[in-house]
Design a binder for this molecule. Structure first.
Ligand code: PEP
Ligand code: MN
Length: 263
């Protein structure tokens, strides 16, 4: 069902006044984790100013260590929604268990399924039973075939509003956090009708190459870009090294939007 062979036209996902997968490029930005109302309000104001329609922020964080900040849970989703409503933005946040989906749907416009859960099949099925847009992240070591089959789990349950996001894969290279697989973009666009985004934060982990990588992604046909932004990255409770501060974010947006590849 996710294949171009089954449907030729691009799938366009509408949330509020925003279209993902349509004529215009879309930007999704926000902190790695929701930490406080002040934090998400400050980011939401910056997004509004920059014309970014969707705010991201994790509340259920899949951390490598159980001793690291695990997220604010539903309280975090409420804070994210409060900030989004204040500035007329849409929300996106990761949900990690089927048990949370229904309650989360009150606060989240797009359900994110994280890289570590790309093959959590019960979560995929439960997201497929919802009638909410889903952002599916590529697994840490997932092939194209595995990625598209994971999307198929969702779509085959009747939820056609799925977007794919390349977020870097594990390779031997250590100069970047992961390896941004730019070839995934045209491959996915050719093989599937679903919208394709690129996360330049988790793929590169390096602020100084995020804008060029975003431009490369858009030039390769990506429908949108995700980037992490935090008012005070040094004090962030997760991914402190890779989050842009508000000034860097403004410069990133300016550089990406002024490039010829931003639609
Ligand atoms: C995230 O986007 O918050 C995240 C945890 O990313 P990933 O699942 O790609 O590691
Ligand atoms: Mn992060």
């Amino acid at each position: 069902l996710v294949s171009r062979k089954s449907k030729r036209e691009d799938t366009v996902i509408r949330i509020g006044n925003t279209e993902i997968g349509g004529a215009d490029s879309v930007l999704v930005a926000g902190p790695c984790s929701v930490e406080s109302l002040e934090q998400v309000m400050e980011v939401a104001a910056a997004l509004k100013k920059a014309g970014v329609p969707v705010i991201r922020g994790g509340a259920f964080k899949p951390r490598t260590s159980p001793y690291d900040f695990q997220g604010l849970g539903f309280e975090g989703l409420k804070l994210l929604k409060e900030a989004a409503d204040e500035y007329g933005l849409q929300t996106i946040s990761e949900i990690v268990t089927p048990a949370h989906l229904e309650e989360a749907a009150k606060y989240v416009d797009i359900i994110q399924i994280g890289a570590r859960n790309m093959q959590n099949f019960e979560l995929l099925k439960a997201a497929g039973d919802m009638r909410k847009p889903v952002l599916l992240k590529r697994g840490l070591a997932a092939t194209m075939d595995e990625f598209l089959h994971a999307a198929e789990y969702i779509v085959s349950r009747g939820n056609s509003q799925v977007m794919l996001i390349e977020r870097g894969i594990r390779t031997y290279e250590k100069w970047t956090r992961n390896t941004l697989d730019i070839s995934a973009v045209p491959l996915l666009k050719q093989m599937s009708h679903l919208p394709v985004l690129v996360d330049v934060s988790h793929s590169t982990g390096r602020k100084e190459i995020m804008a060029p990588c975003a431009k490369a992604a858009l030039a390769a046909g990506a429908d949108g870009i995700m980037v992490e932004v935090h008012p005070n990255p040094a004090a962030a409770l997760s991914d402190a090294d890779q989050q842009l501060n508000l000034g860097e974010f403004a410069e990133f947006i300016r550089e990406v939007k002024s490039s010829g590849v931003y639609r």
